[in-house]
Design a binder for this molecule. Structure first.
Ligand code: NI
Length: 192
């Protein structure tokens, strides 16, 4: 990491797509989401047809040091696997005791959170709303609308990501469409 990155700078945001298109994003197509959705049959059937982009995120290459902040944007595309809305994998931070803030730039959706003790919470995104993720809560962004859900996030730069816990255990709750509306249900695949 160059010293230059630690000097103040300004960056342009595209309110529709997040960070400028000149930045590379990390992409999660459906094929990278094996096992994340509750309905494996619907997942496999969808993957037979196509491999659409479920979400992607842009993050600047800043030093992951204590005292620094990382930030970027996340875009979750509209869609469903079976009746479950497109979402991010979700993660804890390696430094579990890490909070994070997400600010909605465009789209409609939700932040699904849970902590290791089993407290579950959901907060909703619409443009102009910020969601506070307290320390120790896993967080997953879910698109409940018809447009891409674009959020800006920032958190301590040395926190790291723990995807494995969610990949293994899943979330206690998930959000599905029932009669055209989002409904929170228990995750049938959740493992204690
Ligand atoms: Ni996070």
């Amino acid at each position: 990491m160059t010293e230059k990155a630690l000097k103040p700078f300004t960056i342009d945001f595209d309110l529709i797509t997040g960070l400028s298109k000149s930045t590379e994003s990390t992409k999660r197509p459906l094929s990278k989401m094996q096992g994340m959705f509750a309905d494996d049959r619907a997942f496999n059937a969808a993957l037979q047809q196509d491999d659409p982009l479920v979400y992607e995120f842009y993050e600047l290459d800043l030093p992951e040091t204590a005292g620094n902040l990382l930030f970027g944007t996340s875009i979750v595309y509209p869609g469903k696997v079976g009746d479950e809305y497109y979402m991010t994998k979700g993660h804890f931070h390696t430094i579990l005791d890490t909070g994070e803030v997400y600010y909605c730039l465009s789209g409609e959706g939700a932040m699904l959170m849970e902590n290791p003790e089993g407290d579950c919470n959901i907060q909703y995104f619409s443009p102009g709303k910020a969601v506070y993720v307290p320390p120790c809560y896993a967080h997953r962004t879910i698109n409940l609308g018809k447009e891409p859900l674009v959020t800006f996030f920032t958190f301590r730069a040395d926190a790291g990501h723990d995807y494995g816990t969610i990949e293994t255990k899943g979330y206690r709750k998930l959000i599905v469409e029932r009669d055209g509306k989002p409904e929170i249900i228990d995750n049938p695949k959740w493992k204690e």
